[in-house]
Design a protein around this ligand. Structure first.
Ligand SMILES: [Zn+2]
Length: 368
């Protein structure tokens, strides 16, 4: 793939334990759900919680040279054109998979879901998936804490977090047994200088099984850190050799992206006022409906049935599908619903993603 030809080859990457600077995520505890919920329902919600609805355009903004307050000192948040070019290349690498998420650069932070800073010394990180929407529009949702030129993989990795991907070396199915003292010791050193909590959060802590897709470990994932020999006890070969991912997006990374973010086909069902449409989906799947109102007025959209869903309406604006409204009823005993004024002659698309179908497995959507 052309977009990856300039990627730093994984084999050249410095590993943890050999001076590498690595991504350090801010702590973001999983959503607290009612402990009375069916365990399968909770697991499905945790699995889908941070993912976007496929069909979403994520707009991104680069902070400029202006100064911004951070940590009671003043830092420049902007990076130069060379830094931005690497991030552009990373967005292109994700787009080249052929996923149902578009990325679009915008000139104002208030219009962007992804706001990118280049504060050196603040590490490289992103909030996970839809969690970025909780940040005020004056704040960064992603930072690059060191020079990115020659380090395309870090940019691809942080965008992976924005798409909802966790760290692969924390996969509970990896079978990794750490030399914990050695890991704490290495990460406490420069250039990372991490606290024990940060090292535990980003490396040693195994993720809940419900929060990872599939059951296989992928040591070549772009979401996996490189580790120098001796930090991993099991698999035992890594006592004497480094674990260095191949570089760029792995085959499993691409499968993950296509599974969560399928492209939207050209032929989609229509949704007409007062006519309910049955929906049958597996957990994590989504479908969409075309809405072409003939009258300008407020409409109500809702699901019916016991399913947990996220329901999102987009409008076709000059060929770009813009987010208009949405609702998420996961974990609650109510239905996803919202009101919105639609205009006759315009085109809209209603997307629904299923977390958990309840006992029947079927549910429906209606507009009126
Ligand atoms: Zn990371």
């Amino acid at each position: 793939m052309a977009a990856q030809s300039k990627s730093t080859s994984g084999q050249d990457r410095a590993a943890v334990g050999a001076g590498a600077s690595i991504c350090g995520l801010p702590e973001q505890p999983p959503r607290q759900l009612d402990p009375e919920l069916h365990p399968g329902r909770s697991a499905a919600i945790v699995d889908g919680d941070r993912k976007w609805v496929s069909g979403t355009t994520l707009r991104y903004y680069y902070f400029g040279a202006d100064e911004f307050e951070w940590d009671r000192r003043r830092f420049r948040w902007g990076g130069g054109a060379a830094q931005q070019r690497v991030v552009e290349e990373a967005f292109a690498a994700w787009s080249a998979i052929g996923i149902g998420i578009d990325f679009e650069k915008v000139d104002r932070p208030s219009e962007a879901e992804i706001r990118i800073g280049f504060v050196h010394g603040d590490g490289s990180w992103s909030w996970l998936g839809r969690r970025i929407l909780d940040e005020p529009t004056t704040a960064r949702t992603m930072n690059f804490g060191w020079d990115l030129t020659g380090d395309l993989d870090t940019a691809i990795h942080e965008i992976g977090h924005t798409l909802g991907m966790p760290h692969e070396h924390q996969n509970p199915f990896s079978g990794i047994v750490w030399d914990e003292d050695a890991v704490y010791r290495e990460l406490a050193k420069p250039p990372n200088s991490w606290s024990r909590d940060k090292t535990f959060h980003n490396i040693l802590r195994k993720l809940p099984e419900s929060s990872v897709s599939g059951s296989k470990w992928d040591p070549n994932s772009v979401m996996h850190y490189p580790f120098d020999a001796g930090l991993i006890q099991v698999p035992s070969k890594y006592r004497s050799q480094a674990l260095v991912p191949a570089g760029g997006l792995s085959a499993a990374d691409k499968r993950w992206a296509k599974q969560w973010y399928p492209t939207v086909g050209k032929r989609i069902r229509s949704l007409e006022p007062f006519r309910s449409e049955p929906v049958s989906l597996d957990e994590g799947e989504q479908t969409q409906f075309l809405v072409e109102p003939t009258a300008t007025r407020r409409y109500r959209f809702r699901t019916f049935g016991p399913a947990d869903t996220v329901l999102v309406l987009f409008e076709d604006v000059d060929g770009q599908w813009r987010f208009r409204s949405g609702d998420d009823d996961s974990g609650f005993d109510r239905n996803a619903e919202f009101d919105l004024k639609l205009f006759a002659g315009r085109r809209y698309r209603l997307h629904v993603r299923l977390y958990w179908a309840g006992d029947s497995g079927d549910f429906g959507v209606v507009m009126f």
